[in-house]
Design a protein around this ligand. Structure first.
Ligand code: FPP
Length: 265
C-alpha cells in the first residue's frame, strides 16, 4: 500500500492502517483529553460511572498501542481541578475507579515497560488513592519504554502559577538570577520538565477546547479533535489520529523555504 495516497482510510483494517504509518514520523509525545464518558453511558441508559469504567478499557488499549509503536510519552487527562465541582457521588466513584485501576494494572504496566507518573495536585486526592499513585510511581520508576503521565487534579494555569512561585522563591534565595530566566528555565519548573512538548493532542467527543490542559506545553502541538466518545476510542481510532497527524506540516511559526537571513550575512 502506498503511503499518503489514501483519501479515506476509515474502512481499512487495523493491519492496513499500521502499514500506512511512517515509523520515522511518529509523535514522541501524545497528550489526550479523554472526553465523552458520561455521554457514552447516558446514550445507553447507564450511570455515568459505567462510561468511566468503559473508558479505562480505552486507556489500556491506547497505552498498549503507544508502547508497541515506540511512542515515548503519553499524557492523559484523567481528572481536572474543575472536576472537583462534580457531584460527590461521581467524584467518589472516579477515585475508587482510579484506585482499582492502579491496583489491577500495576503488573501490566511493569510488563509493558511503562513508567507511571501522576501530574497535578496529588495532595488533594483521598489518601488511599494517593498512596496507590505513589506506590505505582515507585514500582515503575526504573522503566523507560513508555512514560505514562496521568493528570490528576490537574490544571494548566495552576501548574504555571506553582512553577512561578517556586521560581520566585529560588530568585529570592539567590539560586536563580531574574535575568537568567528564559523558556528553558521556566520549563524546568513544570511537571513535565525534561520531556519534549506533546507533538499531538487528541480530544474526543466533539469538543474543540483545551480545557486548561498543558497550557505551556501545547504551544506548537498539532490538535486532533474527533467526535468519537472516549470509551469508543480504541486502537483503530488511535491509528486514525496518528495517520492524520502524519499528514500535517509542522512549521513552528516558520515559512517553507530558505532560512532568512542566509548564513554569512
Ligand atoms: C470526561 O468525560 C472524562 C473524565 C472526567 C474522566 C476520565 C477518566 C477515565 C477515562 C477513567 C479513569 C482513568 C484512569 C487513568 C484511571 P465526561 O464525564 O466529562 O463525559 P461527558 O462530557 O460526556 O459528560
Amino acid at each position: 500500500m502506498t503511503k499518503g495516497t489514501a483519501t479515506s482510510v476509515e474502512h481499512l483494517s487495523e493491519a492496513e492502517l499500521i502499514s500506512l504509518l511512517d515509523v520515522d514520523l511518529l509523535p514522541r509525545h501524545v497528550a489526550i483529553i479523554m472526553d465523552g464518558n458520561g455521554r457514552w453511558a447516558e446514550l445507553r441508559g447507564l450511570p455515568r460511572i459505567a462510561g468511566h469504567a468503559e473508558g479505562i478499557k480505552s486507556v489500556r488499549e491506547i497505552i498498549t498501542l503507544s508502547g508497541e509503536l515506540g511512542i515515548e510519552a503519553l499524557t492523559i487527562y484523567a481528572f481536572s481541578q474543575e472536576n472537583w465541582k462534580r457531584p460527590s457521588a461521581e467524584i467518589n466513584a472516579l477515585m475508587a475507579l482510579l484506585e482499582q485501576y492502579l491496583q489491577s494494572e500495576m503488573e501490566a504496566l511493569i510488563e509493558k515497560g511503562a513508567r507511571f507518573r501522576a501530574i497535578g495536585q496529588i495532595d488533594w486526592l483521598p489518601s488511599s488513592a494517593r498512596e496507590w499513585v505513589r506506590r505505582v510511581e515507585r514500582e515503575t520508576a526504573h522503566l523507560d519504554r513508555l512514560l505514562l503521565n496521568v493528570a490528576l487534579s490537574y490544571g494548566g494555569r495552576s501548574e504555571i502559577v506553582d512553577a512561578v512561585r517556586r521560581l520566585a522563591q529560588d530568585c529570592k534565595d539567590g539560586k536563580v538570577q531574574p535575568d537568567e530566566i528564559d523558556e528553558a528555565v521556566m520549563e524546568g519548573y513544570l511537571f513535565t520538565h525534561g520531556l519534549p512538548d506533546p507533538d499531538l493532542l487528541i480530544r474526543t467527543s466533539g469538543e474543540a477546547r483545551i480545557s486548561n490542559f498543558l497550557l505551556w506545553q501545547l504551544a506548537y502541538t498539532e490538535m486532533y479533535f474527533t467526535p468519537t466518545l472516549w470509551p469508543d476510542f480504541r486502537r483503530r481510532e488511535g491509528l486514525l489520529a496518528l495517520l492524520e497527524y502524519q499528514k500535517r506540516e509542522r512549521r513552528f511559526g516558520r515559512v517553507p523555504g530558505p532560512i532568512y537571513p542566509p548564513s554569512g550575512l
